[in-house]
Ligand binder design. Structure first.
Ligand code: NAD
Length: 340
């Protein structure tokens, strides 16, 4: 975001559908209580059909382009013909090539492990999700996994920079180059080359199947690492790790692009609880913390994060998904009280 004449950054806010406006309100309330130097620029991304294609309103796109940073609530994907997922459209429009998901155990929410603390970086544009599929003959289809050095380089470089930035000493590539010799092989050899640019970050590799086994057996050895991998592996492994820390209500993410970045909760619009003050805003709040770190506003990130974790650990004001009875705004108020 650029700083305006008032010294504040302007950030695009996509409140989203369903519980989106409720959890966005918590973020706005907590940010103003914490005096975060941000002006929100709310935009509507309700899809429009143009020439049979789903498009995002121009004003929304211009806003993100101008501000470089956006916080996004969940978007309901309309069911029916002619609609591409809006999330996919956003990802393509802004070339959001890396998806970052930190997974850290949260005191106050009991899960089988209380020491999960890893970061996953997923390549977000190609691999198995390139969408290149065709029928060879009836009963035989082919799906192309596309890996390019260019896309691999940029996500790998990002992973190394991210590791340095957050003080994790190691980057590990997760792969299946034993079987996918050429595609994962290219990702792996690119990683070896890029790692030379980052002598202060240790680099190693692990097979995907082994990583799944080891993380679920004992997540502790992964605490000092950023894991980076091709698209499909990252999609699956990130949900597995989200499950380890307590699931949807708590997991944030960042979509990083060449110029613009969009931070969002992993969960959807929760139509079953929308409009009733029952939603847990933690995932969106933690996504906004990633955003603050991305913008270099670490002081505010730490202050708000500490207040969130303290409120959760205390366990008195929890939303229904965490076994509590607090309304969304009561939980937000409890966080505000701890902003000291
Ligand atoms: P969902 O994540 O919206 O809901 C799954 C379950 O988790 C529901 O019971 C819901 O009440 C609960 N839940 C989710 N977030 C919560 C929160 N913050 N606090 C408390 N409970 C929460 O998944 P769904 O029902 O499969 O999808 C609903 C809509 O959201 C669909 O239109 C889908 O396309 C969309 N969606 C959007 C995104 C996104 O924008 N990134 C991601 C996933 C789904």
């Amino acid at each position: 975001g650029k700083t305006g004449s008032d010294g504040k950054y302007t950030v695009t806010l996509i409140e989203g559908d369903g519980i989106g406006p409720e959890i966005s309100k918590s973020v706005k309330d907590i940010y103003s209580a914490a005096n975060v130097p941000i002006n929100w620029e709310p935009v509507d991304v309700t899809p429009r059909l143009k020439d049979g294609k789903t498009v995002i309103p121009d004003e929304a796109i211009q806003s993100v382009r101008k501000n470089y940073v956006a916080l996004k609530g969940p978007l309901a994907t309309p069911i029916g013909k002619g609609h591409v997922s809006l999330n996919l459209t956003l990802r393509r429009t802004f070339n959001l090539f890396a998806n970052v998901r930190p997974c850290k155990s949260i005191a106050g929410y009991k899960t089988p492990y209380d020491n999960v603390n890893l970061v996953l970086v997923r390549e977000n544009t190609e691999g198995e999700y390139s969408g290149i599929e065709h029928v060879v003959v009836d009963g035989v289809v082919q799906s192309i996994k596309l890996i390019t050095r260019e896309a691999s380089e940029r996500v790998l470089r990002f992973a190394f920079q991210y590791a340095e930035g957050i003080g994790k000493p190691k980057v590990r590539v997760v792969h299946k180059a034993t079987i996918m010799k050429m595609s994962d092989g290219l990702f792996l050899s690119t990683a070896r080359d890029i790692s030379k640019e980052y002598p202060n970050v240790e680099f190693d590799t692990e097979l995907l199947d082994n990583a799944c086994l080891k993380i679920t057996t004992d997540p502790a050895p992964y605490s000092d690492k950023v894991l980076v991998m091709p698209n499909l592996y990252g999609d699956i492994l990130s949900d597995m790790c989200a499950g380890l820390i307590g699931g949807l209500g708590l997991t944030p993410s960042g979509n990083i692009g060449d110029e613009c970045s969009i931070f969002e909760a992993v969960h959807g619009s929760a139509p079953d609880i929308a409009g009733r003050g029952l939603a847990n805003p933690t995932a969106l709040l933690l996504s906004s913390i990633m955003m603050l770190q991305h913008m270099g506003l670490n002081h505010y990130a730490d202050k708000i994060q500490n207040a969130i974790f303290a409120t959760l650990a205390e366990g008195k004001m929890l939303t229904g998904d965490l076994g509590g009875r607090a309304k969304t705004h009561e939980y937000a108020d409890a966080i505000i009280k701890k902003l000291k």
